[in-house]
Design a protein around this ligand. Structure first.
Ligand SMILES: Cc1cc2nc3c(=O)[nH]c(=O)nc-3n(C[C@H](O)[C@H](O)[C@H](O)COP(=O)(O)O)c2cc1C
Length: 458
């Protein structure tokens, strides 16, 4: 008998603070008005997506001491947006990225447990450790932590939050009008946590939420990040969205599960992916080229190069050759608060490879950034894109994708109307929501109260 086809998971990433977003497109709307969030969430829900996803950026990024004005500036608070969306949607999951470096477990656990109640079991937390000390300057805790310490704090943070979620079993509320007893157990929500990073005790004041615990995502890509995900997360948000890289990443992280006593279906791998659709593959390819040129203006190309070079390259012509001078390998001072800075961990090698590529292909700086940067993951007619997504998932390059359109808020509309029906016809994507909670959509077990109580007691 042949293997049953895997069901695809799809999510919608609200576009924003990066130059994937083409804010100059005539169709583009506000990135901060509620109407944009509501439109986006409703489209994703109409298409029966698993969840909506918000990334987190806690400081306006800078380059060369000036705010990076090609960003689409403005990123309102995650919980406020997700709580508002909970009121205008019914089934779609609501995933928020919240860092474990600058917050406290008690407040974050309250926020996610509250969101889980308000949304009737649709909340998820993408735990990140955050990029850099520059971001940390916004906070009382200020001083950033070294990588190891950030992950040590993240693990204890999540473990503590779990203790808080599990501090209620779910059967404590009696509300007996005859006797006047509200609680069956006056110790409901009691917790004591003593550890290296947190030493807290008290009674948690949000009763057990519909999912028991929100779904946990993880996004860091280092060795420590991958181990953290294998030990503790329900899903990974990754950036490996090409076939070969996706398969390698998938094998890697799923291969780490047995040592934590977990099976492959307990950790979903969901890369970020972009797309461009057209009536034909040729039309989509042409459109994709236009979108890339809009995303990478000459000024953006120079700024992108500066992430790697860590030097002021503003005197270079974006339509000219790459700089002869090597990157400055010292502490990164040119671009602050940007993810890409961390992606190029070996700038000298990257610069050498890029020069070779540019020379071989006769590329200018701008061409190189267009060709090597975030190219659209899926380009083609709806039929082509549906097939490629299905092929990737069936070949274990991913369990699904977190889609990032380049236009806000309408960039998902075409995908919802044209690709989703084809995936449904293929029998690999739901035609209706089957369950009520995000755990149901993702096929994840519900942590039951008994397990939680045992865990709390151990
Ligand atoms: C695909 C992906 C998405 C991420 N999204 C965010 C984000 O929205 N906000 C944030 O502060 N960090 C984000 N991060 C980075 C995390 O903060 C991550 O923990 C950080 O890179 C340090 O961990 P690492 O060295 O394991 O990658 C993301 C990382 C990846 C790989």
């Amino acid at each position: 008998m042949s293997k049953p086809r895997k069901q695809i998971h799809l999510a919608a990433h609200f576009p924003g603070v990066n130059n994937t977003t083409v804010w100059s497109d005539p169709q583009a709307g506000s990135h901060i008005e509620f109407g944009s969030f509501a439109h986006f969430a409703r489209t994703a829900e109409r298409a029966k997506f698993d969840f909506l996803f918000l990334a987190e950026g806690l400081r306006l990024r800078e380059q060369g001491g000036r705010i990076y004005d090609l960003d689409v500036v403005g990123r309102p608070d995650t919980f406020t947006v997700l709580a508002a969306l909970a009121a205008v949607t019914e089934r779609i999951g609501l995933t928020g990225t919240i860092n474990s470096t600058f917050n406290e477990p008690y407040e974050v656990a309250r926020q996610f447990a509250s969101l889980d109640h308000l949304s009737a079991g649709r909340s998820a937390w993408n735990v990140v450790t955050s990029w850099d000390a520059f971001t940390g300057e916004n906070f009382r805790r200020g001083g950033f932590l070294p990588q190891q310490e950030r992950y040590s704090r993240a693990r204890e943070f999540l473990a503590t939050a779990r203790e808080l979620f599990d501090s209620w079993r779910g059967d404590e509320i009696l509300a007996d009008r005859a006797t006047g007893a509200f609680l069956r157990d006056a110790r409901a929500g009691s917790f004591v946590h003593q550890g290296r990073h947190f030493d807290i005790h008290g009674q948690f004041n949000v009763p057990r939420s519909p999912q028991g615990r929100p779904v946990i995502f993880q996004a860091g890509d280092s060795e420590e990040g991958r181990e953290f995900a294998a030990a503790d997360a329900d899903a990974i948000f990754s950036r490996y969205n090409t076939f070969e890289e996706g398969r390698a990443f998938y094998r890697d992280v799923k291969g780490r599960l047995p040592k934590y006593g977990r099976s492959p279906d307990q950790l979903l791998v969901l890369p970020a992916a972009t797309f461009v659709l057209g009536d034909t593959d040729a039309e989509a390819a042409e459109l994709a080229r236009e979108v890339r040129r809009q995303q990478v203006s000459g000024a953006t190309a120079i700024k992108h190069l500066e992430f790697v070079w860590n030097r002021d390259l503003s005197a270079y012509d974006p339509d000219g050759p790459l700089p002869d001078v090597d990157p400055d390998p010292g502490e990164h001072t040119v671009a602050r608060g940007r993810a890409q800075v961390r992606m190029y961990r070996d700038p000298l090698t990257t610069a050498r490879e890029w020069r070779e590529l540019a020379a071989a292909n006769k590329w200018s700086i701008r061409d190189l950034v267009i060709e090597t940067g975030n190219r659209q993951s899926f380009v083609g007619s709806p039929a082509t894109v549906a097939k490629v997504i299905d092929d990737f998932v069936q070949a274990d390059a991913a369990d699904g994708f977190i889609l990032v359109p380049h236009v806000t808020p309408g960039g998902l509309d075409d995908f919802a109307d044209s690709v989703v029906p084809l995936l449904q016809e293929r029998g690999v994507f739901r035609a209706e929501y089957e369950g009520a909670t995000l755990r149901d959509h993702l096929g994840l077990a519900h942590p039951d109260a008994a397990t939680a109580a045992e865990r709390a007691a151990s």
